[in-house]
Unconditional design. Structure first.
Length: 454
């Protein structure tokens, strides 16, 4: 990196917050993307990492980069699975880690948070004041700015929906350095600012840098439970999910897991999977403001499951029991990662999830492999694991991956429901978007990257 650019960055944020030592930079060059789909060639190492503390510093950094024609990569917690923050060319990595402001607005049931606040830090701060942040999009080390930029989803999306549903205001810095403040501590805003705000949610940071957000909070639930429902028939298991939703009960989440994966994960964690019966499981998470409503819902769900051939459901009521079950579910991905080439997050309409399973079973027979499977059953979002197979070439892995994507699209779905596109998966974007749609995104991006005349 040119020395004059490094010096200019130091003038903006201070010497201590510019990192260009090759060893210190290494940890900023990768995210959690699976080995088989990481950016090739390897990430660019000729980068400088800069750590601004507010929107004004971000603005000055982007003005500099725009003026000098230097690529910029915005980095949150590095927990992404699509190489979205991985530098593919020499440039500037903007790390948001210093933006740690948290204000819990009790009167308005809102939180004002810096982009570098982690999900875990927000949950802890909200709980301390008696509140709850309903979405739980995965890794609690993920930062709020990144979660908004990717419109992250996660296990609670059945009731809560994605991050977009909880964003009331944003502070965003455009590539040209202009600072936008959109929305705010408002439940309603029909001025147009809210519509513009949503342009930056889910576009993975390509249109601007999110530096601060106003988020909706909820009072803490007074009654929670997690039900583990075992099945011996996989189709019956997954076909039960639409019936639960059609009953009018909207759980926090309905997760699908399989015996092989949960037992392997439990063993790694030193825990024990609670159900000794069944090969396939629904994890149904419920939360209400009184126990009577909760137990009425549990009884109705159990009845629906038994009608569809489930074995006896197990109920986790204590916080420890619920935590252990959800810990095992959350750790399936890290447990399998050393053995996987890739884990697409294909998504179909929820009612088509049974058909998706049938098609994946055909692929298992065609390629003579076992495809571990888990995911968000009520969202139609599953993670089929492409395992490392001895003797396979990259072309063979790619053929299987493409078949999975094509199956999802044929069933009315998409190639990614939550992980995003990023550098790793942008070549598959045309399976979902027309040339005209992609060109429209390019035009919007070009407008926002053009310095306005004053």
């Amino acid at each position: 990196m040119r020395e004059d650019i490094v010096e200019a960055l130091k003038n903006i944020v201070g010497d201590d917050w510019v990192v260009n030592n090759p060893e210190a930079v290494k940890s900023y060059l990768e995210d959690e993307t699976e080995p088989g789909v990481k950016v090739e060639p390897a990430p660019a190492t000729d980068v400088v990492v800069v750590k601004p503390v507010n929107a004004q510093e971000v603005s000055e950094i982007l003005k500099l980069a725009n003026r000098e024609g230097v690529p910029v990569y915005v980095r949150g917690g590095g927990t992404g699975l699509a190489c979205g923050c991985v530098p593919s060319k020499p440039g500037v990595v903007i790390s948001m880690e210093r933006m740690k402001e948290i204000e819990i607005d009790k009167e308005n049931l809102m939180a004002v948070v810096g982009a570098g606040v982690t999900l875990g830090e927000l949950l802890k701060a909200a709980a301390k004041e008696g509140f709850f942040f309903p979405p739980h999009p995965g890794d609690e080390g993920a930062q709020i700015g990144g979660l908004i930029a990717c419109n992250a989803v996660g296990a609670r999306a059945v009731r809560t929906g994605p991050m977009r549903n909880y964003v009331l205001g944003l502070e965003v810095v455009l590539p040209t350095g202009e600072i936008l403040r959109l929305g705010g501590r408002l439940v309603k805003d029909n001025t147009g600012a809210g519509k513009l705000m949503h342009l930056f949610i889910g576009t993975e940071g390509i249109l601007g840098v999110i530096t601060k957000a106003v988020l909706r909070l909820s009072p803490q639930y007074k009654a929670t439970a997690t039900m583990v429902v075992p099945f011996n028939d996989r189709r019956a298991c997954l076909n039960t999910v639409p019936e639960i939703l059609q009953s009018g009960i909207i759980p926090l989440g309905i997760e699908y897991v399989q015996k092989k994966e949960v037992e392997l994960t439990a063993k790694r964690l030193g825990l024990e999977w609670p159900s000794k019966e069944g090969e396939y499981y629904l994890l149904i998470m419920l939360a209400e403001f009184n126990e009577d409503t909760l137990y009425a819902q549990l009884e109705e769900i159990a009845s629906i499951c038994r009608k569809n051939g489930s074995l006896e459901p197990l109920l986790a009521e204590t916080p420890e029991e619920q935590t252990n079950i959800l810990k095992i579910r959350s750790e399936i991905y890290p447990t399998l990662k050393p053995y996987m080439e890739d884990s697409p997050d294909i998504t179909v309409p929820p009612a088509n999830i049974g058909k998706l399973i049938e098609e994946l079973e055909k692929l298992e027979r065609k390629y003579d492999i076992y495809i571990p499977l888990f995911g968000h059953a009520a969202d139609g979002n599953l993670h089929p694991v492409i395992p490392v197979k001895e003797g396979w070439t990259k072309e063979q892995y790619e053929k299987l991956r493409m078949e999975m994507y094509q199956i999802a699209v044929k069933l009315g779905g998409v190639t990614t429901g939550e992980h995003g596109v990023g550098e790793a998966r942008k070549k598959y974007l045309k399976l979902n978007l027309s040339n005209e749609a992609i060109e429209t995104l390019r035009k919007i991006k070009k407008v926002l990257e053009t310095t306005p005349s004053h």
